[in-house]
Design a protein around this ligand. Sequence first.
Ligand code: ATP
Ligand code: MG
Length: 222
Amino acid sequence: MTSPILEARALSRHYPGGVRALEGVDLRIERGEFVSIIGRSGSGKSTLLNIVGGLDSPTGGSVAVNGTPLDFSDRRALISFRREMVGFVFQQFNLIPSLTARENVEYPLLFNYRPPAERQEKANALLAMVGLDGRASHYPGQLSGGEQQRVAIARALVADSPLVLADEPTGNLDSATSEGIFSLLQRLNRERRVTLLVVTHERELASYADRTVEMRDGRVVA
Ligand SMILES: Nc1ncnc2c1ncn2[C@@H]1O[C@H](COP(=O)(O)OP(=O)(O)OP(=O)(O)O)[C@@H](O)[C@H]1O
Ligand SMILES: [Mg+2]
């Protein structure tokens, strides 16, 4: 049997003062799955996503990606893990304002030492895939929120990371635009077999995923 793309075991994240942001979380995600995480504010969704993405460390338990355990004590290993294995999409888009849409999408490839022509071609193809071929030379400030998030999604895919994590990617968007973003994610999952783990507050949006993981008080309850 092939190893799952992501396996978290008995994951906990305790803070001084008794806050238990995560408590004994087990999570297994197969290659090519689209999984949504829902749960009330403070239930630990962001904490879980940040730990499996190597942005935060657990206080207990383990995470393996692609069969390899993450060593949270090795900062350099975590940096290369994030670069090679994970694409991130954030609620605030986090595009670089002084770069065009295409330059933002290309950005992660600067660390992969790919030639400029190849980077540009790849970025253009992804912008076309998210429906923004006509916007490649626009700066983030010249794009709508939904368009900016589509640029951020293209950026999360450009390095062909096996795992794409999104924390409330539609938290700043109206409901029609949010549906558009989730149906785009669904299409990318189906057509490109991108593995997606996406946090959302809204059950209706969560239903675009193959399955939903529900969190409560730092635990997975369903
Ligand atoms: N640096 C920190 N120090 C102490 N407690 C923290 C810290 N970061 C998060 N927490 C606590 O951990 C719990 C889980 O937070 P988390 O951000 O994961 O929730 P969430 O489910 O993403 O919530 P939201 O839907 O509001 O984004 C919360 O009770 C929060 O107050
Ligand atoms: Mg959160």
